[in-house]
Design a protein around this ligand. Sequence first.
Ligand code: TXA
Ligand code: MG
Length: 304
Amino acid sequence: MSVLKITSLEKVLKTIQDGQPCAIPTETVYGLAASIDNPLAIRQVFALKERPVDHPLIIHASSIAMAERYGHFTELAIAIGQRFWPGPLTFILPKKDTVPAEVTGGLNTVGIRIPDHSLTRTLIKNHGTPLAAPSANKFGKTSPTTADHVLKDHAYTIPVLDGGPCSVGVESTILDLSVSPPAIRRLGAIGEEELREFIPTFGESQTPTSGTHKAHYAPSTSLLLSANIEDDSRRLSKQGLKIATIRLMNSDQYAQILYAKLRELDSLGVDVLIAEQPHNDTLGRAVLDRLSRASVGAPNLGDL
Ligand code: TXA
Ligand code: MG
């Protein structure tokens, strides 16, 4: 089996322009990218990811001027974009006709962000149009935060632009600016506190979002979210169970290592992963959100 690992921007650009999906680095997680104006390649992304076709993709632009060709930006959207882009924040905006239906799963809105990774921004800038990209994991599984994760998830069949380990480590915050008042639809590194100067009051949003399913990001080992890791470890070990733990750390670090750690511990063949409850700050809440969904999707702990 040949290991396809493309490190040169030129080769990745050519591959994308030839209509073949490639994995790209971002500051949050790796994405599986196709050109926004190649519906066939976009369909291939859905197939590779085993994702239902009505789940919309985020488009990744290299500048606000490029993003404005695809979404209707209000003055508020421009101001927030100028403050937080490039960065881990996705806007949901009313879409323009330039966005093909394949990207949005038939919705009249589009998700847009400018990723904070210079390799990927250069790739998009040189390509000239945005790249549509979901996280590069298989549907419902843990997102990849290194090139190696992507290669393993896809049995070494997908070309990967290796941009190193992701610096944030959890997916972008999704801010729905198509509703009034705006609503946060997925927690990430930018939260209500950071956005408060632009949005004094947040609303609730209705439309379903794939990362907001109750069970998601699931490892295949049982996962226990613990507020008291010493007691839980002792209790489960006493029952003869093999355990592995993720200890509390500052939220930047916790987010950064979360998915790599879940994958690593998952491969150890233990009975239970115990993750210590993160701090109650913006990124800590994003980590808690992912851990809660992962523990729902993981095999049941029964009556332990
Ligand atoms: O950090 C991220 O956002 C990563 C990197 C690669 O940019 N991408 C990512 O994509 O997490 P994905 O497809 O795994 O998650 C995108 C989420 C999904 O839950 C999708 O339903 C939602 O964004 N989304 C995209 N477009 C939308 C739209 N028009 N309306 C509502 N939700 C949308
Ligand atoms: Mg995802």
